[in-house]
Design a protein. Structure first.
Length: 177
């Protein structure tokens, strides 16, 4: 999905410090620039089991055309949770912003997208290849389980940015997706 501007931008300055809202470009540009190598930015995926138990796990995500993509082995807890409930969060520590996004993750199986994202991962140092309806490589994170790995597209509808360097403050963005 093409990167789009938010339909709503709100300051979360609830105590009256007088902080201004951040433009979405502050987060978007850092997401786009951070992908020179896998794990250059720490991303954490939050899911919920069918019985309501939360789970968080680090993922090697990449930004592409306004969405985040990440992989997960079919037998992992995160993949099982997403199969039951695609609603999730992804959080990241960017250069000057803590970012938490809420949305849904859907499994990608079309070959053109698998090839495109595998090429992006290869450019970041992970030798991924499209194989059938998933990705494969000689190695991945130990927590990913054995190949093949499912590819997920995370499409977010809201994001909250907390400035960790000046200018500080907190902003929520809402998107029409």
């Amino acid at each position: 999905m093409a990167d789009q501007e938010p339909i709503e931008t709100v300051s979360l300055d609830r105590v009256g410090y007088g902080t201004e809202t951040f433009p979405w470009s502050r987060a978007r540009d850092q997401l786009a620039a951070a992908h020179e190598r896998v794990a250059a930015v720490p991303y954490f995926l939050g899911t919920v089991s069918p019985d309501g138990v939360p789970h968080a796990a680090g993922v090697g995500a990449l930004w592409d055309d306004g969405d985040l993509y990440f992989t997960s082995g079919p037998g992992t807890r995160k993949s099982r949770h997403l199969a039951a409930n695609p609603a999730c969060t992804v959080s990241a520590r960017l250069e000057n912003l803590d970012l938490t996004m809420s949305g849904t993750a859907t499994r990608v199986t079309d070959h053109a997208t698998l090839e495109r994202i595998a090429a992006r991962y290869r450019g970041m140092g992970w030798p991924a290849e499209a194989a059938g309806d998933a990705l494969t490589a000689p190695f991945s994170a130990p927590s990913a389980g054995p190949a093949p790995w499912y590819l997920y597209r995370f499409t977010f509808t809201t994001a909250v940015g907390l400035g960790i360097k000046e200018p500080e403050g907190a902003t929520r963005w809402r998107f029409a997706r």
